[in-house]
Write a protein that binds this ligand. Sequence first.
Ligand code: KG4
Ligand code: ZN
Length: 371
Amino acid sequence: MLVLGIESSCDETAFGLVEDGRLLAESVASQADVHALFGGVVPELASREHYRLLGPLFDEFMESAGVLPSDLSGVAVARGPGLLGSLLVGVSFAKALAFGAGIPLIGVDHLKAHLLAPGLEQELSLPALGLLVSGGHTHIYYVESAGKFTLLGRTLDDAAGEGFDKVAKMLGLPYPGGRALDALARFGRKRGQINRKLFSYPYLDNKNLDFSFSGLKTSVALYLKNNPAILEQARSLPDDAVQLEEACAGVPELTELCASFNHCVSYTLCTKLRRAAGQLSLESKPVKSLIVAGGVAANTMLRDDLQVLAGQMNLPLVLPRFSLCTDNGAMIAYAGYLMLTAGYVHNLNLEAIPRGKNIPEDQVRLCAPIF
Ligand code: KG4
Ligand code: ZN
């Protein structure tokens, strides 16, 4: 069974081909350069770029994989959550392909696809505690099967990745900010510069599993206002990632800020995960592994802290490789493959669902008429 995955929910135009559960080919075209000029994703530009690139990139991808549309068993597409205009480009393209090639269409929940992605490379041990940390979402799930996710907690305002991006923007770091901030924080931590007194842990003084990162962002803004020399240090940094690593030694207050901020985010995520595991255990719900996915799962400090947490909880930690953490087509193809093998598809009236709206359970059994 050969499933094509199409991802266009934000600023990556990506494809993946999964054959019988294994990754055959993938390609990701990032729009980072386009949005870097504005310091963040501009939705209208994102959809125009997808519109411009999706057709030619599809032709190129299929040709280099040696696959024809008629070879496909189904086409899966990220149907949300995401930027509506961007999603519509991918969803419309997938519908046309499904109709033209006479193959099933599968609408995939982008967030669930992130958490299932490690299944491409290893056996997933379910039920699992899942953390999805990306630029738009910070969700804790109880994952019982590929089709059964229960949302346990979510951010009430900014997502963790949004926090990284906004702090990076305040500092004028090269876009995309999360990765640059990670490099500075990594250096700061190596030098023992995590200062727990700089910022307080956000939204931990409660019993719930939700997050709120906007207050932490404001604390960083205030700290920078009172310590303008840090902004001078940030301005002195080179744009180039390799040179950035080398320049870290000359900006000690900046690396302290980044390490302390990164620690706050990582500690908060790990604390709520520990709390979630405790809650599930009280409810006698088994947990066999901890799965963490999404762009922020690429963060060095978080990955290390999660290893420690998983060790303490005696759970195997499942972290996708770096390229599977950020948006990609492979995870969409894989989630689509799982749905298709379970016998679920969508009709051609599949809707794109923007961020903030719930994804409906509107899949149909394969035996029902598809068109
Ligand atoms: O999953 P993703 O590629 O796109 C969304 O669906 O949002 O996640 C992108 C987010 C951005 O906020 C980016 O800054 C963050 O992931 N990110 C990181 C790192 N790499 C990407 N945040 C912290 N450290 C990183 N190394
Ligand atoms: Zn994503």
